[in-house]
Design a binder for this molecule. Structure first.
Ligand code: PAF
Length: 297
């Protein structure tokens, strides 16, 4: 099937009318463009699982906490369309800012709790902007399934919670992070790293792996955090914004580990901010050690 590219809400509705009426499962991959292999994995999975795959490409101004980050965000539409085509997408919605926000919005979606820590604590109105634009896109596209990268684990948790709380008829699918050979998670922001920052950047994943190993050997969150921070301390160009062991659903730091947890971090290399995460499962607790549910902070 050919790739159709539409830029307005009216064109989008025309393009989807027959799909909505058909039996085809509609899959949706929301993106901000500057697409890379991580996005390709989302589109390919949607394409494998659904009869029709739509991708949105929209750099959403209301989710940026720094004007500079919004301005520097790479815009590469021709290459993005090529990647969408090669991964089997059938429709791309690439609206202008005025199309998505014709007037200053008076309505926003705020998901609380899940946004209290991690990026939610450090990026001001970021998740309000994400939840609002994702809500708009889900209404516009009306997919059966929507695909999100697990690199943004807190974003996945926020979207899942919004969809559950507001009864959106969509299934949210988290897709595993795609990494470079040295472990660096693919990100549109990686292209902003200088050669020396790029050399140092894999320390972020190494730190997460150190925390994971600690947890898998029975350490608690404080010890796991200490091990991870020790790895980051050996790379002086890295400034840590946060590194936490959290419950994946609530995205809240845990005080004890008695089930699978997520280790999430954000660091700065010069003026580039990188995030990453991994999951870890503790060794089985023996009967004598108990098995009471873990406590959240
Ligand atoms: O993950 C992203 O690229 C964005 O946050 C999203 C989900 C497309 C919303 O703008």
């Amino acid at each position: 099937m050919n790739l159709s590219v539409v830029h307005t809400v009216w064109e989008l509705r025309q393009a989807l009318k027959t799909i909505w009426r058909s039996e085809l499962l509609l899959g949706f991959v929301p993106t901000m463009g500057a697409l890379h292999e991580g996005h390709a994995a989302l589109i390919r999975q949607a394409n494998r699982e659904c009869g029709f795959t739509a991708v949105s490409i929209f750099v959403n101004p209301i989710q940026f906490d720094r004007a500079e980050d919004y301005e520097l965000y790479a815009r590469t539409l021709p290459e993005d369309l090529e990647l969408c085509r090669s991964c089997g997408a059938q429709l791309v919605f690439a609206p202008a800012t005025e199309e998505m926000y014709p007037a200053a919005s008076l309505t926003h979606v705020q998901v609380s709790g899940v946004t209290d820590y991690l990026c939610g604590q450090h990026r001001g109105p970021h998740f309000r902007g994400v939840a609002t634009v994702v809500a708009k896109l889900l209404h516009l596209i009306q997919p059966a399934r929507a695909y999100f990268g697990e690199k943004d684990a807190q974003q996945v948790a926020v979207v899942r919670r919004m969809v559950a709380d507001l009864n959106f008829p969509v299934e949210i699918i988290g897709v595993p992070t795609v990494r470079e050979a040295d472990g660096l998670a693919l990100s549109s922001r990686n292209r902003r790293l200088s050669p020396s920052e790029r050399r140092d950047a894999p320390a972020l994943y190494q730190a997460l792996l150190a925390a994971r190993a600690a947890i898998e050997h029975g350490s608690g969150p404080a010890e796991a955090r200490r091990d991870a921070l020790a790895v980051l301390a050996s790379t002086p160009s890295i400034r840590v914004e946060y590194l936490e062991v959290v419950d994946d659903e609530s995205q809240t730091p845990v005080s004890r580990i008695d089930g699978p947890v997520r280790i999430s971090a954000a660091v700065w290399l010069g003026s580039t901010r990188l995030i990453d995460n991994t999951t870890a499962t503790p060794p089985r607790l023996s009967r004598s050690e108990g098995g009471a549910p873990g406590q959240r902070l």
